[in-house]
Ligand binder design. Structure first.
Ligand code: HEM
Length: 457
């Protein structure tokens, strides 16, 4: 069967249908128009985009499909001392080793141990917002990015970027941004042009060097202290894989950088989108306030406990619904291990297939005619129980699914609860949601005002 897709133009194919900075949204619109499996052509190369639940049923079958490491991930991984969890091939022995060593550090039990550190950073955000003058606008995405970056650095390896106390970025953060931006830029450039851009290449190499040497310094300091610690770094220094082997230092450096990148971009976007929806939907905000006041009480000086966080079910539904409409990692890639079919279409072994969660999550045949509407009630336990198993995939799938999922959700529910307990969120009526696309998606230009709730201060 031929795979449907938009008609292309000579030479460029469908490139013009996918404008720079809007690629994911354009691809989602096309997928919803052309069907659950779509073929597009970019500069002569065919690409396959899956978005139907029957396609995801196949792609998530771990006996027939594996992760495909796509170009942006490969660029990122190629710059690190070793590939790191996120960017390695599944048959890389270092991936297996690191996965085994790190799994316990991301268990629910371990994550509860990070709650006081998460509260430490969340308190800094609360304090900042409490001290704003009335009507002073908040740059939501900038603040959620400060928060998630500082949280993963503190929980990951006991390091404080102190992003809420500085006007400019920490040199490490600056280096990380240069690395990410250059990784993205190289995607659109032919190899000879990448080589010719000497200045950009030097900045990229210098940034990678600064990041690796900083993390190596932190590792040396920790080892010299004689106390491995009980954060992610401690777990990597002390842990052994199933064969009893330790992780080499070079790999620990790569994993730390991987966590910083994978752990902050996605969660900051999730929080920013959720804040946007809360500021726009008074009835959702009211239900959130009712839940938070009932579970946490109205005294913000008492920090939330893990047991209380576990009872904030409506807040969790808000986060799940936010990730449905705006999965901040909007796609992942799979490849067939052998020749096989996906939703009835034939594919040769090794063919990369994009699993576009953002389109899957908006399909009317799964989510109803109101699929574009933000409605946290889609995730009540009763409705969740009847969802098709592969209809909701914001954290990827199988062995290569997100290892930080519980970490992200614990952090997001905690921060959202602390915000809702303290503030009413007021939208700018002139703002229409805009999105910045890079490796992840985030709201762009989202400014709100925050009003401390009556009687709380
Ligand atoms: C993998 C999404 C938060 C660390 C993934 C994948 C997705 C994802 C879709 C699979 C990628 C693929 O198949 O190519 C998200 C979202 C998050 C989030 C939506 C927040 C809302 C985090 C956090 C951390 C983290 C907080 C670390 C603390 C990782 C790592 C992998 C991964 C290391 C690679 C796992 C492996 O292949 O072994 N994430 N993530 N993520 N994520 Fe997350």
């Amino acid at each position: 069967r031929p795979i449907p897709g938009p008609p292309g133009h000579p030479v460029v194919g469908n490139l013009l249908d996918l404008p720079r900075g809007r690629m994911v949204r354009a691809m989602t619109d096309l997928a919803l128009r052309y069907g659950p499996m779509m073929k597009i052509n970019i500069l002569g190369g065919d690409r396959y985009v899956a978005s139907g639940v029957e396609m995801f049923d196949d792609l998530c079958d771990e006996t027939r499909f594996a992760k495909f490491v796509a170009t942006p991930q490969r660029t990122l991984g190629g710059a690190l001392p070793t590939r790191g969890l996120f960017t390695s091939e599944s048959d890389d022995p270092l991936w297996k080793s690191a996965h085994e060593v790190l799994l316990p550090a991301f268990s629910m039990r371990a994550i509860r141990g990070y709650t006081p550190l998460m509260i430490d950073i969340a308190d800094q955000l609360m304090l900042k917002w409490e001290r704003l003058n009335p009507g002073e606008p908040v740059d939501v995405t900038a603040d959620t990015t400060r928060l998630t970056l500082d949280t993963i650095a503190l929980c990951g390896f006991g390091y404080r970027f102190n992003s809420f106390y500085r006007d400019s970025r920490h040199p490490f953060v600056e280096a990380m941004m240069v690395m990410l931006a250059e990784g993205q830029a190289r995607l659109r450039l032919p190899a000879p042009v990448v080589k010719a851009r000497r200045g950009a290449r030097r900045r990229f190499d210098d940034s990678v060097e600064l990041m690796t040497s900083t993390v190596q310094g932190i590792i040396d300091e920790r080892r010299d202290s004689g106390e491995p610690g009980d954060d992610l770094l401690g777990c990597m220094l002390a842990g052994r894989d199933k064969d009893g082997a330790r992780l080499p230092d070079r790999d620990i450096v790569s994993q730390c950088i991987t966590f910083l990148i994978a752990g902050h971009e996605t969660t900051s976007g999730l929080l920013a989108f959720a804040i946007h929806f809360l500021s726009r939907r008074p009835e959702v905000a009211q239900q959130a306030r009712d839940e938070v006041d009932a579970v946490l009480g109205t005294d913000p000086t008492v920090p939330p406990s893990d047991a209380q966080l576990g009872r904030l079910t409506y807040l969790s539904q808000i986060l799940e619904e936010t990730l449905r409409l705006w999965p901040t990692a909007p796609a992942f890639f799979r490849r067939p291990l052998e020749d096989t079919t996906v939703g009835g279409y034939e594919f040769a072994a090794g063919t990369p297939i994009m699993a576009l969660s953002m389109a899957l999550h908006r399909r009317p045949d799964v989510w109803g005619a109101d699929a574009e509407l933000f409605d946290p009630d889609r995730f009540t336990p009763e409705r969740r129980a009847v969802l098709p198993p592969n209809a909701y995939k914001p954290f990827g799938t199988g062995a290569r699914a997100c290892i930080g999922r519980q970490f992200a959700l614990q952090e997001a529910v905690l921060v959202l609860a602390m915000i809702v307990q303290r503030f009413d969120l007021v939208a700018d009526p002139g703002y229409a949601l805009d999105v910045r696309e890079s490796m992840t998606i985030k709201p762009q230009g989202l400014m709100i005002t925050v009003v401390p709730r009556r009687g709380l201060r």
